[in-house]
Write a protein that binds this ligand. Structure first.
Ligand code: HEM
Ligand code: SF4
Ligand code: SF4
Length: 472
């Protein structure tokens, strides 16, 4: 099932949308860049131009020079915005503290989120970053782009913003860093009308979902992460753009337990691909690994001499459930004991593959420390099929939302609500029977709640009846 957008995608041709000519885009020489000094002294930042890693300071200076040489009418916010940003950053290095004012509430009509307002607390000194708002642009699934799209975004952002971006924000969005309030609606208009592109989420709502590269380029993918991510992003646009929740809520989609978007740690609802039949074994390929004809782990450890590949030491003995063995040179897996940890498949990708009866596990409640402590997600749905139109998944999501939207306290993440209610009550509310897979170990304390209907005689007792048998 290939990834197919449900609506025709706008085809963008940079030659038709472009704002700047090639001469304008390359309006400075290497020599000029080498000798270029921005208008503020930034000694500490210039230290960060040294060393082998790509320097954000060097990149920002390049953009500052480019803006300085563009004609005045070729950008709608102050040309000095990048220089002032660097200047203020240097002050923050000196003072050891931030120079952005608290908060900022800006946005576009119709939406309650997507733009993060920010104002400098040194506006006289750095007037061109007095406003420095950030716009979250919903990235395409797995961040595949073509250059026509990126060049069109870049031209628009050069014209109406600072030219500085973050590719990408931790949640996934393409982040446009720094513009003024007046430019927000025009930017939104151009994103939607020219680029066919919406903004992402912020605030107490569904944030921008994101997924691993999935079936596009990974043989481990157990479902089409991009398709599910795209489908749910479209299906829940309202929840994404207009905050209706007690607090933020994130979806992330990993194609297998390797967790390349870290859904288990960074999303309230984590979708992780898995399978429930047998690992597929190509015995000839296993032999080729044993013979040393194929490098283990796709060559990931080539940088160091780890000796000849030893399947016993590197695979069989490391299997967490010890369910593998080598019998007469053939690899045997006791699949009912396999926890699908991916280790053996990761080591021998040419010989082992996930099974064919694939689907997802759904885990809930991951969050950062504030307020009640950090949480990774906890397993709630051990296995569910993940096939379009994904009605089973939507039904599950809505049951969870219905409960959290009603019962969640102000600024209480799902993970905290689950702690407050307790897993048994939570499962009862969303209508799932408890299963041993939902806990790592049974509880160790005996403070167990019983429901009155499950206890013979119930809770109503008469003390006199008791005293008839036990003297005071
Ligand atoms: C059927 C017999 C028993 C029942 C139903 C019972 C029930 C309880 C209950 C409901 C509590 C309060 C728990 C809470 O704070 O939430 C408690 C506390 C306690 N029980 Fe028992 N108990 C029983 C037998 C015993 C016996 C035989 C001992 C000692 C020889 C004992 C020692 C204690 C102690 C020391 C506490 C206080 C624990 C604390 O506050 O940390 N109990 N018990
Ligand atoms: S999470 Fe699994 S399926 Fe997705 S890219 Fe990583 S290894 Fe591949
Ligand atoms: S996936 Fe993990 S648990 Fe399953 S057989 Fe391989 S190493 Fe063992």
């Amino acid at each position: 099932m290939p990834f197919e957008p449900k609506e025709p995608q706008k085809e963008i041709k940079y030659q038709e949308t472009r704002i700047y000519s090639d001469e304008e885009l390359m309006n400075y020489t290497e020599e000029e860049l080498k000798n270029f000094k921005i208008k503020h002294d930034i000694p500490d930042l210039e230290e960060l131009e040294k060393g082998p890693w790509p320097s954000f300071v060097a990149d920002a200076k390049q953009e500052a020079l480019h803006r300085r040489k563009l004609a005045d009418d070729r950008m709608l916010i102050d040309r000095d915005v990048v220089e002032d940003m660097l200047g203020q950053l240097q002050v923050s290095f000196d003072d050891g503290e931030t120079h952005w004012k608290h908060g900022g509430i800006v946005g576009v009509f119709g939406y309650g989120g997507g733009v993060i307002g920010r104002y400098s607390d040194l506006p006289e000194k750095y007037p061109s970053i007095a406003h420095f708002h950030t716009i979250r642009v919903n990235q395409p699934a797995s961040k595949f782009y073509n250059s026509d799209f990126l060049r069109t975004v870049c031209d628009m952002w050069e014209y109406r913003g600072s030219g500085l971006m973050n590719l990408h924000g931790s949640t996934g969005d393409l982040v446009l860093l720094g513009t003024t309030t007046e430019q927000l609606e025009p930017i939104f208009f151009e994103l939607t009308h020219v680029l066919g592109q919406d903004i992402g989420g912020s605030g107490s709502n569904l944030r921008t979902p994101s997924c691993c590269i999935g079936k596009a380029r990974c043989e481990f993918a157990c479902y089409d992460t991009q398709d599910l991510c795209y489908e749910l992003t479209q299906y829940y646009q309202d929840e994404l753009h207009r905050p209706a929740f007690p607090y933020k809520f994130k979806f992330k989609f990993d194609g297998c337990p390797n967790g390349c978007v870290a859904s288990i740690a960074r999303s309230d609802m984590s979708f992780i691909g898995t399978w429930r039949d047998d690992i597929r074994i190509d015995q000839d390929a296993v032999k080729a690994y044993i013979a040393g004809d194929v490098v283990p782990n796709g060559g990931a450890h080539k940088g160091r001499d780890w000796g000849k590949f030893d399947i016993q030491k590197e695979v069989i003995d490391l299997c967490p459930t010890k369910c593998m063995s080598l019998v007469d040179g053939e690899l045997v897996i006791d699949n009912k004991e396999c926890t699908r940890c991916m280790h053996c498949i990761n080591v021998m990708p040419k010989a082992l593959k996930p099974g064919k009866d694939t689907g997802i596990s759904i885990l809930l409640g991951a969050k950062a420390p504030i307020l009640e402590g950090a949480q990774m997600a906890t397993l709630i749905v051990p296995f569910m099929k993940a096939e379009p139109p994904y009605d089973n998944i939507k039904e599950f999501i809505e049951k969870v939302w219905e409960f959290w939207m009603e019962e969640g306290k102000n600024r209480e993440r799902l993970g905290e609500l689950m702690q407050r209610f307790g897993l048994p009550k939570f499962l009862e509310i969303i209508g799932l029977p408890p299963a041993p897979q939902m806990v790592k170990t049974p509880r160790e304390n005996p403070y167990i709640f019983w429901k009155e209907e499950d206890v013979p005689g119930g809770w109503t007792r008469d003390i006199k009846e008791y005293r008839a048998r036990h003297k005071r």
